[in-house]
Design a protein around this ligand. Structure first.
Ligand SMILES: Cc1ncc(COP(=O)(O)O)c(C=O)c1O
Length: 418
């Protein structure tokens, strides 16, 4: 009798998938990123298995065959064809949905995800600022196909129902933030859509859905992946738009566009999400401290930094916007790991990366390695004195020393030439 009741107790205390689902909303993002998919696996491995299968055997029982479906209730790994969905990407999407709080669709790259927005909304006009040049290239392609017109954010007085406002915040390459509440109210008044590229401000730094954004875009290649080894794009759809069928439409359109994320990337993405909170918080704090240091030094024209650095931009330097309050409300947990500096001349900008031993001279951002890019290498329209800096997870004091040594090397060249 005693044994029976103790057994009952043990059975009752076993945690179920339903209990975990109930408990998840009470947990912080860092915890959810590690446990939101605990019940998504058909095996007991703590780490996910890597599935590379493209196709899945249909049920052996002819009575159970349903066209387009391959449901096996005993298996969490039951799929049809990897262009529709696949185990690793599905598990990745499960965690993303929990972290982002909206409907999720993943793609092969960030630009593929942006293209999916264009196919979903087919706008006649899209209003946007400078931002990532690849997005502009994609719109030019759409202009060829649909005639969509590109207008600037200074032309919003012309906005009409069905138009799209596309905001990047923080914006590439400077890391400066844009006021989402403002653009959201303009879009609502006009019956237009608001889409936001939040690649430079991933969770936990900001949640654009809270500001009435219809679709949030992330180049998952950056912070979501975070290890310079995967490409992916992510769309986060506002819950209201999910009820209007937007995710279903995105899914059926992805199916025929074929711009789906690879199996390996789904696996790598999950691995990366586990540390998203740790990485991004650290990277953002490091950026803020480096920006503050360079900014203070720069104001002294006799200092090493002041002799070689001409300007610096980052959301943490947007004094007026911080005083106005919207910026801290929009980015309560930090202002992002990317900032930009302008050297006194193009030669200095071109040669600074070669004088650094920790920062890697490469394009992209969001990785565990700190990166610096002479921006002219990948964007020929930009000022040739511009360098974009993406902070990694190395020790901040080492990064500061590395930059200082680089600035000193340039400073000695200035002294020699005088
Ligand atoms: C702000 C922004 N959006 C979108 C993209 C495109 O992402 P992907 O390279 O994954 O296509 C990038 C790439 O650098 C980017 O910086």
């Amino acid at each position: 009798m005693a044994l029976n009741s103790s057994m009952e107790k043990t059975t009752a205390s076993i945690v179920t998938a339903e209990q975990l689902t109930e408990a998840l909303p009470t947990m912080a993002l860092a915890t959810r990123a590690i446990h939101a998919d605990d019940f998504s696996s058909s095996h007991r491995g703590i780490a996910p298995a890597m599935h590379v299968a493209v196709n899945y055997r249909y049920d052996r029982d002819p009575e159970k065959l349903v066209q387009g479906e391959n449901e096996d209730p005993t298996s969490a790994d039951s799929f049809v064809y990897s262009r529709y969905s696949a185990p690793n990407s599905k598990r990745f999407e499960t965690v993303l949905e929990n972290l982002f709080g909206g409907g999720i669709m993943t793609y092969s790259t960030g630009l593929a995800a942006f293209h999916a927005i264009m196919v979903l909304l087919v706008p006649k006009r899209i209003f946007l600022g400078d931002g990532y040049h690849g997005v502009h290239g994609n719109i030019d392609l759409m202009t060829k196909l649909t005639g969509v017109k590109k207008l600037g954010l200074d032309q919003l007085d012309q906005i009409q129902s069905g138009d799209v406002i596309h905001i990047e915040t923080p914006v590439n390459p400077t890391g400066e933030a844009r006021n989402l509440s403002y653009y959201s109210s303009v879009a609502r008044r006009a019956g237009a859509y608001l889409t936001v590229d939040a690649t430079f401000g991933p969770p936990p730094l900001q949640d654009p859905l809270q500001f009435g954004v219809d679709v949030v875009l992330h180049s998952g290649t950056k912070y979501i992946g975070g290890h310079s080894d995967m490409m992916c794009g992510i769309l986060v759809v506002h819950p209201q738009r999910v009820t209007e069928g937007w995710v279903d439409t995105l899914y059926s359109e992805r199916l025929v566009m074929g711009n789906v994320m690879g199996n390996l990337e789904g696996w790598l993405g999950l691995r990366s999400l586990r540390t998203l909170d740790l990485r991004v918080t650290r990277q953002s704090q490091t950026a803020e401290s480096l920006v503050n240091w360079i900014y203070q030094e720069m104001r002294d024209s006799t200092s090493v930094v002041g002799r070689v650095v001409d300007d610096i931009r980052h959301a943490s330097l947007q004094d007026q916007d911080l005083r106005d309050g919207w910026l801290r409300k929009q980015m309560p947990r930090g202002f992002g790991p990317v900032f930009a500096i302008w050297m006194k001349n193009a030669d200095q900008a071109k040669s600074l990366p070669s004088k650094l031993c920790i920062f890697q001279h490469a394009t992209s951002l969001g990785d565990v390695e700190s990166l610096i890019e002479w921006r002219a290498m990948s964007d020929d329209s930009c000022d040739r004195r511009l360098l974009r800096i993406s902070c990694g997870v190395e020790d901040p004091a080492d990064l500061r020393r590395d930059l200082l040594e680089g600035f000193k090397a340039l400073y000695h060249q200035v002294l020699k030439s005088e």
